[in-house]
Ligand binder design. Structure first.
Ligand code: FES
Length: 106
């Protein structure tokens, strides 16, 4: 699946993601700046916060309780399209996904 990350300055990076990984892991593997992933994808840190493209947000499925709670702890403001990228699994269904990176994760 191809995933596009857009930096706060508008720089687009499109990479090939492996099935079975996550949108967070894919960013780290490809040295995409702007995602920290401090807790290693265990939904404990909120440093993998992204803004999903509005048109694609609903297609990612529901946000479960622990992610919902952690989304209130992000460093940059939470928006309607906020997700934790470690909780977005890579499958064929996310091919073409576009996520915007927040100003800061710290
Ligand atoms: Fe820590 Fe996603 S990597 S919550």
């Amino acid at each position: 699946a191809r995933i596009t990350y857009i930096s706060p300055a508008g720089v687009k990076t499109t990479v090939e993601a492996e099935d079975g990984s996550t949108v967070m892991q894919t960013a780290l593997r490809n040295n995409v700046d702007g995602i920290v992933g401090e807790c290693g994808g265990n939904a404990l840190c909120a440093t993998c916060h992204v803004y999903v493209d509005e048109a694609q947000f609903a297609g990612l499925g529901p946000i479960v309780d622990f992610e919902e709670e952690l989304l209130d702890c992000t460093s940059s403001p939470r928006k309607d399209t906020s997700r934790l990228s470690c909780q977005i699994p890579v499958t064929g269904a996310v091919d073409g996904l576009i996520v915007r990176l927040p100003e800061t994760q710290e």
